[in-house]
Design a protein around this ligand. Structure first.
Ligand code: SF4
Length: 220
């Protein structure tokens, strides 16, 4: 079940970072902790997270050669070499460069959440206990306030409305549909950083919020 395994990988990586931060604070003994957590990099390199990610490194890039060749190459990489092939394939482009113009795609008609196995976005954000102090500096900003409407909406139908899992980005209009504007509900951000990676114009700036802000999943 790759999704669960991927989640374990992210959790383990986060735990190693937390342990390195804790050790740095203890070592500082009341002083100022080191600015760089070099122990985190070392522990990550020695963990199963590094080995697992290294073995899977060629899987996705293989499909830049198309489905047929991609399947063949990925099969050789994973079945014959078991992720230890003496080569590393490159993606060849950044993720945000892959978005297609809205005129070349049809909207996907997703079924509405049924409230049993699927839920609406804001209900899911609610159970993540996401919170940011109201007077903290905004951690999501734009380099150019005109880009979301002039480029992102015009060319890509404002994809930030759909890829953000927390409904942070909304295009608001007047009642007659005119005067579109992007609203950023930064308070709801669950810190997945998708917008930082996927925004086609790289106009969204995500920075770490104040300590303690963000999701607080119970029972984990
Ligand atoms: S980091 Fe994730 S949750 Fe936060 S605004 Fe970006 S896409 Fe949405």
């Amino acid at each position: 079940m790759p999704k669960i395994k991927g989640t374990h990988t992210a959790m383990k990586s986060g735990m190693l970072a937390a342990e390195a931060a804790f050790d740095a604070i203890v070592e500082a003994d009341g002083g100022i902790p080191a600015a760089e957590l070099s122990a985190y990099v070392a522990s990550l390199e020695q963990s199963w997270v590094r080995r697992e990610l290294h073995r899977a490194r060629n899987f996705r890039p293989a499909f830049k050669f198309g489905l047929l060749f991609g399947t063949l190459i990925a099969g050789i990489d994973q079945v014959v070499f078991r992720g230890r092939a003496p080569w590393t394939l490159k993606h060849g482009h950044a993720d945000h460069e892959t978005l297609g113009h809205k005129d070349r795609h049809k909207p996907i008609d997703y079924p509405s959440p049924d409230g049993t196995v699927s839920f609406d976005i804001l209900s899911s954000v609610y159970i993540s206990n996401t919170n940011h102090e109201e007077n903290q500096p905004v951690h999501l900003t734009l380099k150019d306030a005109g880009v979301p409407v002039e480029i992102n909406l015009a060319r890509y139908d404002a994809p930030e409305q759909r890829y953000c899992p927390a409904g942070v980005y909304e295009i608001l209009t007047d009642e007659d549909g005119s005067n579109p504007q992007l609203r950023i509900n930064a308070q709801n951000c669950v810190h997945c950083k998708t917008c930082d990676i996927k925004d086609p114009t790289q106009n969204i700036v995500w920075v770490a919020p104040e300590g303690g802000g963000g999701p607080n999943y119970p029972n984990m």
